[in-house]
Write a protein of this length. Structure first.
Length: 329
């Protein structure tokens, strides 16, 4: 990270000296929250919850980001001249060492009975995350590891995690490069995401599942048959339907189905929530309509998608966004 090239931005920032890269963070690992999370796909959260570790920073910078408070919203223009001291002051979350991060993973498993370790937006920390996972596995980490990301990452960087990640949970946001440029400053997003997901599928192989272990109030495991069906290995690709952009969503689902068939799961989400910085956009200022979401899910069924997730109910409110106070860190 002396001249960082971990993500597709290729910013070249000297993050080891404390400068922030396009991701908005230096090489020092910052974590905003590490706790059980119940709102992932059913085969990820189950009943016990997923052990979600939310990392600070993100290189994609979507204007509609729900986690904008920790991901940031703007790509720095002159990265090489970023003031290292100001960079550290501006970074939310808590700094952690690699050994501390490994301890967080083990605590989620041993004390909170998390179904998995869920690395949320970790691309800017892949080398450190890989090292922490090796330490934790040597000390008894045995639950699956989930890599939860925007889909905007280099296949070469993902190969640093080979043998360490069991479940890949990327987004595929855009097939429309103009839309990707307008909303995420990344006209190359479709090509980058295609290569990233291909690498994830190569590493994961075919989906595999197992029964969740439920835990009673006494801390003892409950009888077999009481748990959910959890993913042990595989790829789930998410697409968040944006208001007014059903055509883009259909193109994403079509590509994924044509390319991977039943080798992956496709999660179609209706939970887009307008944030304060999107109120001036005529489309992003509103929620997805029921009819828009039905057009997407009906299309997925029509083209033959079998392995998929759909959401019931309305859009989550902003109040459902977690508190980024360093819980569990």
């Amino acid at each position: 990270m002396r001249a960082c090239r971990l993500c597709p931005r290729d910013c070249g920032a000297d993050r080891l000296s404390g400068a922030c890269g396009a991701c908005g963070v230096p090489a020092e690992v910052y974590v905003a929250r590490a706790a059980l999370h119940a709102w992932e796909e059913p085969c990820i959260s189950g009943n016990n919850g997923s052990g979600a570790v939310f990392f600070t920073g993100c290189g994609l910078k979507c204007v509609f980001c729900q986690n904008g408070a920790i991901s940031g919203t703007a790509v720095p223009k002159r990265l090489a001249e970023t003031d290292a001291q100001k960079c550290r002051v501006a970074v939310p979350g808590k700094p952690v060492t690699v050994s501390r991060l490994a301890a967080v993973f083990l605590r989620l498993q041993n004390e909170q009975h998390a179904n998995n370790i869920n690395l949320v937006t970790a691309v800017q920390y892949i080398p450190q995350a890989a090292q922490a996972l090796r330490i934790a596995k040597a000390q008894g980490l045995r639950i699956p590891v989930v890599y939860n990301s925007s889909g905007y990452e280099k296949a070469a960087s993902l190969r640093l995690l080979e043998g360490l990640v069991d479940i890949w949970l990327p987004d595929f946001k855009y097939m429309d490069s103009e839309l990707a440029a307008a909303y995420s400053h990344a006209p190359d997003y479709p090509d980058i995401a295609k290569r990233a997901i291909a690498e994830m599928v190569r590493q994961a192989g075919e989906p595999a599942f197992y029964e969740e272990t439920r835990w009673g109030k006494d801390g003892e495991p409950m009888p077999a048959g009481s748990g959910a069906r959890l993913m042990k290995r595989g790829v789930i690709v998410r697409h968040l339907l944006l208001p007014g952009h059903v055509k883009n969503a259909k193109a994403v689902v079509q590509y994924l189905h044509d390319t991977y068939g039943n080798s992956i799961y496709i999660s179609m989400m209706n939970q887009y929530t307008p944030m304060r910085n999107t109120f001036e956009d005529s489309l992003l200022s509103r929620k997805v309509t029921k009819r828009e979401y039905e057009r997407l899910t009906d299309y997925a069924v029509w083209i033959g998608v079998e392995n998929g997730f759909i959401q019931e109910g309305g859009t989550a409110e902003e109040s459902f966004i977690p508190s980024w106070n360093g819980e569990g860190v």
